[in-house]
Design a protein around this ligand. Structure first.
Ligand SMILES: C[S@@+](CC[C@H](N)C(=O)[O-])C[C@H]1O[C@@H](n2cnc3c(N)ncnc32)[C@H](O)[C@@H]1O
Length: 358
């Protein structure tokens, strides 16, 4: 009895104290406490989301970084590696490169070259008529507006030689104006693409195609002018503010080129050091007569070097003309299908074509 009484009393006391406690919570206090709980939860949630986003961003950055590194290695084309260029392409600006067959990787995916596909009509206006380019050619080919301009400088030339003809951007336009074009490339696949593309432009018959290493052909071919866009080391060349002539083996090109033709017109990177090139000209006994900056749609695109093969005096000639050439490209605005799936299936077709030919 006594215990029960004590129990009942203590329960009553508890109820009284709970009631007192409940009575103390005002609506404002209730709101504030809920607000604090909500605020803290939001902060925790916010931080978690932020950490998650940072984590994803870091994964993405690491992937991009790896892709860039892969592309740096790729920047020497397989052809450069196979040819003698691998010996000479060791330095680009101040960055030392070691390009050997073992560390050359293919570009990551077709994502890397998709942007060039979007501009395909500015590469070849007859692109939709069946032009074939492999991934490397998408970023190597001379845009048509420029290859037309270059070819126009060679009007009345009998035999033009393009020792690095690639998929045919320059030779097609040259063949329209010259009697004959000799087209050389070390990569048999490029020659197959060039043959196919030349037939689309109806100039196949005017071109002699040779698979070979230009640096070993000095006794085999002769022409009136060499017109060419030598390998620049892939798209990564433009990440350097200035590159020296050794980056494109200019000395070797001039040494061999001067034995093949009395004149040369070279399409070269926009960031090439002009003074160093003039020095290379003197050292190799050629005269760089004129340099033109080529601007396409107001953006500096590349340079053209006009060269005479014999400079017997071996003295430095100041380039008496340094001109800006403005070209306007209207085709890139009209590109039609820009889906990456279309680009991938196009590349597969090109691969099939090349497998059936090579
Ligand atoms: C920049 S691309 C030429 C693109 C071409 N002007 C066009 O508009 O289509 C350079 C080409 O030189 C070729 N090449 C690289 N080293 C060579 C060598 N030693 N002899 C001949 N061709 C070479 C590559 O295979 C590549 O196709």
């Amino acid at each position: 009895m006594l215990i029960n009484e004590v129990g009942v009393r203590s329960n009553r006391a508890k109820n009284i104290s709970n009631d007192e406690h409940d009575d103390n919570i005002t609506p404002l206090g209730f709101l504030v406490s809920n607000f604090i709980v909500a605020f803290i939860s939001t902060i925790i949630l916010g931080f978690t989301t932020l950490f998650f986003i940072i984590y994803l961003a870091m994964i993405r950055i690491i992937k991009i970084d790896n892709a860039i590194r892969r592309r740096d290695v790729v920047s020497g084309t397989p052809a450069q590696v196979n040819g003698e260029r691998s010996d000479t392409l060791e330095t680009v600006g101040t960055v030392s490169r070691d390009i050997t067959t073992s560390n050359v990787a293919k570009p990551d995916t077709s994502n890397d070259t998709f942007k060039y596909w979007k501009r395909r009509l500015s590469l070849f206006t007859k692109f939709e008529e069946g032009i074939m380019l492999d991934e490397e050619s998408f970023y190597s080919v001379c845009p048509e507006i420029l290859s037309v301009f270059i070819a126009n400088q060679c009007n009345n030339v009998k035999v033009a030689v393009d020792p690095f003809c690639g998929a045919g951007g320059n030779i097609i336009q040259l063949a329209k104006l010259c009697d004959k074009v000799i087209a050389v490339d070390i990569d048999p696949k490029k020659i197959e693409l060039a043959k196919h593309n030349a037939s689309i432009y109806g100039v196949y018959q005017k071109i002699e195609f040779i698979v070979g290493d230009f640096f070993k052909l000095e006794n085999e071919i002769r022409g009136d002018v060499i017109v060419t866009s030598p390998p620049w080391g892939g798209p990564s060349y433009s990440r350097q503010s200035v590159i020296g002539p050794s980056a494109i083996a200019l000395d070797k090109i001039l040494e061999v080129g001067k034995k093949i033709a009395p004149k040369m017109l070279l399409h070269l990177p926009k960031n090439l050091d002009k003074n160093e090139c003039l020095q290379t000209g003197i050292e190799t006994g050629v005269k760089i007569c004129k340099i033109e900056n080529v601007l396409i749609d107001r953006y500096l695109n590349s340079m053209l070097f006009y060269i005479r093969s014999n400079n017997n005096n071996s003295v430095r000639h100041d380039v008496h003309k340094l001109l800006d050439i403005h070209l306007h490209n209207s085709f890139h605005k009209n590109e039609r299908c820009c889906k990456i799936t279309a680009y991938r299936s196009y590349l597969k077709n090109v691969e099939k074509f090349l497998n059936s030919r090579c």
